[in-house]
Design a binder for this molecule. Structure first.
Ligand code: C5P
Length: 400
């Protein structure tokens, strides 16, 4: 989330808070939304006010909290219909079984449920309640009804609950709720597309505890996968070993060696519309793998290396309808080398970066790239975060 700071600037989030113990987490949710740049207004049910006072939400949101439909002062400040119109997205978190039931049946008997009925924006409902209440068929049916009406139900998470029970019922992780809010506010320009992204380094082992690799962090590929999911794509991420968590909503297949990565990518290729090869695949691997740890001796050791499959080249020569995007990490002759790869691997686009430049390449949070197209055009982009760069690259892929 840290890298998404300001991403919701200019967006308006209406948070509906209902009366469960998870209300205290909703306070943090307001902070999270504000950190992403959004304007936040809060509506609380009467029961929610028993857990945390409206004053807390007012202090954090910087706006008057709305609780009473018949309070003339509130209605004068902003009417409930006007508030429903104001919101770009409405998030009910935590959503109790009671409020879920009311929304599912169109009951509008307090400020929040009235605004929900009046809202035309996307509504995200985040259930939080005791496991038995959640599993009750009536609640389950109500949630199905909500989904059928086009509401987005997020969570609940599983784990230990405030009442001591274990199971589903926890308010979903706040970062996941925020990820869904970002997705709800993102244009679905990749809806219906199957996207395959590779990321990270590969490990080429020569004994059980040693291997050749490179310093790729995987950040660029993970950012590409995350933005594609937000834009509505069905995303598979084939990742070499990294320390990163898989982006929410993305199917992640973990591999180690180039050969494993090749098998995983080839298995997906036929059904894929767009491939983004951001992995730093090792070009060579040790010819022999010694099953036990190699012991040190007095003599020097010579290891013979053999070529790994060039995955992208293989995809390029088997290309039918797919769009292929490669990355070129170079230390010299950037444009010449990238152009040669674009042509020899039959790519539609290649993103070239000089990994010896400061603020670019391996491990950095920023990157400076030039984009080369099949048409011969070259586009130079300024230094930016890998997340912002991922959005810029996707804009260009969509234009292809
Ligand atoms: O030839 P080079 O390794 O510089 O090409 C870089 C591009 O090709 C990257 O997109 C990388 O993911 C991909 N590649 C590959 N298989 C390899 C080496 C690189 O798919 N064995």
């Amino acid at each position: 989330m840290g890298s998404d700071k300001g991403i919701l600037t200019g967006k308006k989030i209406l948070l509906g808070v209902t009366g469960g113990i998870a209300v205290y987490k909703a306070v943090e949710l307001v902070r999270l939304f504000k950190g992403l740049g959004a304007a936040v207004r809060v509506v609380m049910t009467e029961n929610a006010c028993q857990f945390v006072t409206p004053l807390t939400f007012q202090a954090i949101s910087g706006e008057k909290v709305l609780t009473d439909l018949f309070d003339p002062a509130s209605e004068l400040a902003i009417g409930h219909i006007e508030l429903a119109r104001w919101a770009d997205v409405l998030v009910v978190a935590p959503a109790t079984a009671n409020t879920i039931a009311k929304i599912a049946h169109g009951i509008a008997d307090d400020y929040l449920t009235t605004v929900v009925v009046a809202a035309t924006c996307k509504v995200l409902v985040c259930p939080a309640m005791n496991t038995k209440m959640y599993q009750n068929p009536v609640t389950q049916n109500n949630l199905e009804l909500l989904k059928g009406y086009g509401y987005c139900v997020i969570g609940p998470g599983k784990g230990e609950l405030a009442c001591g029970d274990k199971g589903p019922g926890r308010l979903e992780d706040l970062e996941i709720i925020a990820e869904h809010v970002i997705s709800a506010l993102t244009q679905k320009s990749l809806e219906g597309k199957r996207v395959l992204v590779t990321a990270g380094p590969t490990w080429e082992a020569f004994d059980p505890v040693r291997f050749f690799t490179n310093p790729s962090s995987g950040k660029m590929g993970y950012a590409m996968a995350k933005i594609a999911w937000r834009r509505g794509a069905d995303v598979t991420l084939v990742s070499g070993p990294t320390w990163l968590d898989a982006p929410h909503g993305v199917k992640c297949k973990k591999v180690k060696s180039a050969e494993e990565m090749c098998d995983a990518v080839v298995a997906e290729y036929g059904d894929t519309d767009i491939v983004v090869m951001a992995a730093a695949v090792s070009d060579y691997r040790p010819k022999h793998f010694t099953p036990s740890k190699i012991k040190k001796g007095e003599d020097d050791v010579v290891l013979e290396m053999i070529r790994n499959p060039d995955i992208l080249k293989k995809l390029g020569s088997a290309k039918v309808h797919q769009i292929l995007v490669g990355f070129a990490a170079e230390t010299d002759e950037l444009i010449e080398n990238a152009r040669e790869k674009l042509v020899s691997k039959n790519l539609d686009m290649i993103v070239a970066n000089d990994v010896s430049a400061p603020q670019a390449g391996f491990r950095c949070d920023t990157n400076i790239v030039k984009i080369l197209y099949k048409s011969g055009e070259i586009e130079e982009l300024p230094c930016m975060s890998k997340e912002d760069l991922a959005s810029e690259i996707w804009d260009r892929i969509e234009n292809l």
